[in-house]
Design a protein around this ligand. Sequence first.
Ligand SMILES: Cc1cc2nc3c(=O)[nH]c(=O)nc-3n(C[C@H](O)[C@H](O)[C@H](O)COP(=O)(O)OP(=O)(O)OC[C@H]3O[C@@H](n4cnc5c(N)ncnc54)[C@H](O)[C@@H]3O)c2cc1C
Ligand SMILES: *[C@@H]1O[C@H](CO)[C@@H](O)[C@H](O)[C@H]1NC(C)=O
Ligand SMILES: *[C@@H]1O[C@H](CO)[C@@H](O)[C@H](O)[C@H]1NC(C)=O
Ligand SMILES: *[C@@H]1O[C@H](CO)[C@@H](O)[C@H](O)[C@H]1NC(C)=O
Ligand SMILES: *[C@@H]1O[C@H](CO)[C@@H](O)[C@H](O)[C@H]1NC(C)=O
Ligand SMILES: *[C@@H]1O[C@H](CO)[C@@H](O)[C@H](O)[C@H]1NC(C)=O
Ligand SMILES: *[C@@H]1O[C@H](CO)[C@@H](O)[C@H](O)[C@H]1NC(C)=O
Ligand SMILES: *[C@@H]1O[C@H](CO)[C@@H](O)[C@H](O)[C@H]1NC(C)=O
Length: 630
Amino acid sequence: MFAAFVFTAATLLPHIAIVAVARETTPLLFAGLDFDFIVVGGGTSGLVAAARLTEDPNIVVGVIEAGQYRPNDPVIEIPQSYAAPGVDPGLDGKPVAYPRGKVVGGSSAINSLIWQRGDKDEYDLWATSFGNGPDWSFSSLLPYFKKVETWSPPPVSPATISSNLSSALRSSHGDNGPVHISYNNFLTDVDKPSVEAASIFGVPDNFSPDLGDPLGFSSIARNVDPVKGIRMYASNSYYTPNSNRQNLILLTGAQVTKLMFGDKTLTAIGVEYTAENETYTAHVSKEVILAAGPGLENLKSYSNLIRVLGSLKTPQILELSGVGNKTLLSHLNIPCLVDLPAVGENLQDHPVTVSDFQLTSSTVTLDDLIFNTTFRLQEQALYNASRQGALTYTPAAMAPTTLQTLFGQQDTEQLITSLITSLALMSQTPLQQVQYEAQVELLKAGSIPFLELVVYPTGGVASEPAPNVSYVTIAVMEVHPFGRGSVHINTSNPLANPVIDPRYLEVPFDAQILIKAAQFAQKWMLTEPMSALVESLSTPSSAVTSAAAWDSFVRAHVQSTNHPLGTTAMAPRSIGGVVDPMLKVYGLNNVRVIDAGIFPFTIGVPLQPTVYAVAEKASDMIKQSWDIKY
Ligand SMILES: Cc1cc2nc3c(=O)[nH]c(=O)nc-3n(C[C@H](O)[C@H](O)[C@H](O)COP(=O)(O)OP(=O)(O)OC[C@H]3O[C@@H](n4cnc5c(N)ncnc54)[C@H](O)[C@@H]3O)c2cc1C
Ligand SMILES: *[C@@H]1O[C@H](CO)[C@@H](O)[C@H](O)[C@H]1NC(C)=O
Ligand SMILES: *[C@@H]1O[C@H](CO)[C@@H](O)[C@H](O)[C@H]1NC(C)=O
Ligand SMILES: *[C@@H]1O[C@H](CO)[C@@H](O)[C@H](O)[C@H]1NC(C)=O
Ligand SMILES: *[C@@H]1O[C@H](CO)[C@@H](O)[C@H](O)[C@H]1NC(C)=O
Ligand SMILES: *[C@@H]1O[C@H](CO)[C@@H](O)[C@H](O)[C@H]1NC(C)=O
Ligand SMILES: *[C@@H]1O[C@H](CO)[C@@H](O)[C@H](O)[C@H]1NC(C)=O
Ligand SMILES: *[C@@H]1O[C@H](CO)[C@@H](O)[C@H](O)[C@H]1NC(C)=O
């Protein structure tokens, strides 16, 4: 940890003490150490592996993270930190954007705190269609989902969406893991009415969403410690409690630029990294574990409260090291060690449309934290006193849904018919063929989510908010798009950003269902009891009525939800996999990838619980293969 670390936010919030101290190292000292494992990227997945492997005091693990360590930083930890005491949110009545950048904890430090598991069928495909064997089924992952968590039950109504809690909810969850999971203790005025309005369209309630069936509205868990009222993320759950281990060395502010190999073998012997304009190498005796993320960066988040500046770069590191598409590498004069053209391909994300609606003046949303000083002070006092209230709010009304539920059987069948026609005209990689076959079957069966509805009780996401006005934003995420993007380097300069081509909406079906979803959002918000709270349409305005206008509205407003995955897919090499079922990169002896890039196929909900579970499982596999008993 660099001594140069400056903790600015603490001066704003003197009541939050800095207690954690990381083991001190410098880029030069780090280069002189002997590591058993080097973890590249101290983000969500990387810190899990670092914590688990160092449970054995004889195993020395080095973590190299591009960002800084920011323990006890209220900007990261307070869920609605823009309204926290000491921070002045009133800039022309608009929220302040907090660029959080790369940081120890990675995307888990900046994400929206939604904690959902996917559908059993989605994970089971990893085992079956994608050829990874029964160890990758939902039931094999379930113990790892639990291992991550310490769960607290939802408080009683009215703070929960469904007061009818199933006993299965408790047994779904873990009670001894590093990440504390809880539920909202505060709801805005729009959460329950929006759920009631959606039920008129047949969106069901779900009292047990976490055992492989997430469809419908449920009480949404979140990674917030219910006692401390703070975000639990990889840094304060997996790293800080273990930061005094002598065998766990974290280097911050250093960017890994490539893997180093022995003379004639494809065994990694270390990594090269850059810090403060100097290049260093660190040596490893067992394995390099890549956890730098699947490749998306600098795309605007769907919340204007957060912007993604971190760099998520496992495919880039592989390509810079000569592992990737031989043609691409030869154009850049990078010697090709392993011709693995699937590196950086198969990029999947959850593209989203966002609409917003202006609410009547008495409707209380998160916007009131900004323009209503009485409300803000009241909520700050509540947070000071009990760590509860609006400052701890996270999205509460969310529903993964099928197309059949939202659009009806007949419209869905028409969409599927034209989808099948357009897929037949597309050139498909072998991996796409496997994916599309499964995807179309699941779409027909209506058994997994293809869209996720998200009620976001604030403005400023779809449009610039007017001052002193409350909004509701409806985001509809497309969770199983058919388009596939890519991320590749276009220069051998390791400090340049890779080129991201998300290819949203190229497949007509992807655009069609987002357009229908945006139209549904409007119908939904104009249905009782929500309609009583809606003052007027905002984005899109009432001028958007024709099919052409809806089409251009959606194309102009599609955004990323920052759920990239798939760019180092776990699948057989012959169909476009990059890692095997042990997460080892094909062609290399001792390099594994454990980040979200290994998901071969997207899941119907946000990614973080699955990222943690995969990293827990990966840690166990690594321990087993080196006979580490702890
Ligand atoms: C804005 C946002 C909101 C989200 N909201 C949610 C949500 O509400 N719920 C949910 O479940 N999921 C959400 N997600 C997704 C989820 O957080 C991510 O999928 C998950 O955290 C990814 O983990 P990872 O380990 O793959 O990568 P990361 O956690 O991103 O870790 C990668 C790390 O590697 C570092 N790094 C990159 N390149 C290098 C290099 N060359 N050298 C050294 N270090 C490097 C980065 O700085 C970073 O710390 C969100 C993501 C974002 C960005
Ligand atoms: C509560 O949940 C059970 C299933 O767990 C269901 O049978 C019952 O109808 C639900 N009650 C209400 C009021 O929704
Ligand atoms: C690194 O190099 C750049 C460009 O050469 C320079 O602007 C910058 O000040 C240097 N930074 C450090 C920490 O030396
Ligand atoms: C490899 O890269 C070349 C050049 O960019 C490209 O034309 C080709 O399609 C790529 N191959 C694969 C399998 O992606
Ligand atoms: C501001 O918040 C207070 C406290 O919750 C509330 O009584 C008041 O009506 C609010 N004022 C406006 C203009 O919304
Ligand atoms: C909350 O606590 C902080 C720090 O002690 C203090 O500065 C602030 O005034 C408090 N806010 C309220 C509304 O009580
Ligand atoms: C917003 O409300 C505040 C406090 O009620 C008031 O001072 C301000 O003038 C209002 N701004 C606008 C643009 O109406
Ligand atoms: C790489 O792509 C970026 C756009 O992402 C572009 O600005 C840059 O010029 C490209 N570099 C090369 C060497 O082609």
